[in-house]
Design a protein around this ligand. Structure first.
Ligand code: GTP
Ligand code: MG
Length: 193
C-alpha cells in the first residue's frame, strides 16, 4: 500500500488535548532512542520529524496522520532526559499521562528501546504502567543496525524476558529500513481493531 504521513497537530499543554475519533498509536521511549527517526523512516522522508544527536529534541506531542488508513501516529517527547529542569520534566510527565489515560482512541503504544543498551529502569516503568492501564505495548528495538547480526536474536529474547510482554520485540533500524514492513503490519493490525 502506498502510504503518506503528514503532521497535522502539535500539542504543548494538557488543555490543548482533545479527543479524536480516529485510532491512535503513540511512540514512546527514552530521549534519543530514535522515535522521530522512526517517523521519518515510515514516512520515507528525511526531515518530516526533527531529529537530533542531542537528547530532548521533541518537546511536544506531534500527531501524524497516516493516509489512507486514517489513523494517527503520535510522537511523544522522550523521557529520562536529565538535562532539563525538574519542573519541565514533571510537566511532560503529566502531559503524557493525561494523553494516555483519558484517550479511548489510543489503541497501542510502540515502546522504543535502544538495542545497544541493557534494559533501563524507565523502560520497565513505562511498560508496567501501560500494562496497568490495559494498553497494548508494541516493543521495538531501535538502532538494530548496531548489534552484530548473530547477536540480534539473543537480544530479542533477552528483552522479551525482561519486559514480560506477549510480543517479541521487533528489530528495527531507521538507518537501514530493517523491520519496516513488519512494523507497518503490526501498526495496521492495532489501528484497525
Ligand atoms: P527525542 O526527541 O530527544 O526524545 O529523541 P528521539 O527519540 O526522537 O530520537 P531521534 O530520532 O531524534 O534520534 C536520536 C539519534 O539517534 C539521532 O542522532 C539519530 O540519527 C540516531 N538514530 C535514530 N535511529 C537510528 C537507527 O536506527 N540507527 C542508528 N544507527 N542511529 C539512529
Ligand atoms: Mg524526537
Amino acid at each position: 500500500m502506498n502510504r503518506t504521513i503528514e503532521l497535522v497537530k502539535t500539542i504543548y499543554e494538557i488543555k490543548q488535548l482533545e479527543s479524536l475519533d480516529e485510532p491512535q498509536i503513540a511512540l514512546a521511549g527514552r530521549s534519543n532512542v530514535g522515535k522521530s527517526s522512526l517517523v521519518n523512516r515510515l514516512a520515507g522522508r528525511k526531515s518530516l520529524a526533527k531529529i537530533s544527536s542531542k537528547p530532548g529534541k521533541t518537546r511536544s506531542l506531534n500527531y501524524y496522520r497516516v493516509n489512507p488508513d486514517g489513523f494517527y501516529l503520535v510522537d511523544l517527547p522522550g523521557y529520562g532526559y536529565a538535562r532539563c529542569s525538574q519542573s519541565e520534566r514533571e510537566k511532560w510527565g503529566k502531559l503524557i499521562e493525561a494523553y494516555m489515560t483519558a484517550n479511548p482512541g489510543l489503541k497501542a503504544v510502540v515502546v522504543l528501546l535502544d538495542a545497544r543498551l541493557t534494559p533501563q529502569k524507565l523502560d520497565l516503568e513505562l511498560t508496567s504502567y501501560l500494562r496497568g492501564l490495559g494498553i497494548p505495548v508494541i516493543p521495538v528495538l531501535t538502532k538494530s543496525d548496531k548489534p552484530k547480526q548473530r547477536e540480534r536474536a539473543a537480544l530479542q529474547n533477552q528483552w522479551k524476558d525482561i519486559l514480560q510482554q506477549p510480543r517479541l520485540p521487533l528489530l528495527f533500524s531507521s538507518k537501514t529500513g530493517m523491520g519496516e514492513d513488519k512494523l507497518w503490519n503490526v501498526l495496521a493490525e492495532y489501528a484497525i481493531n
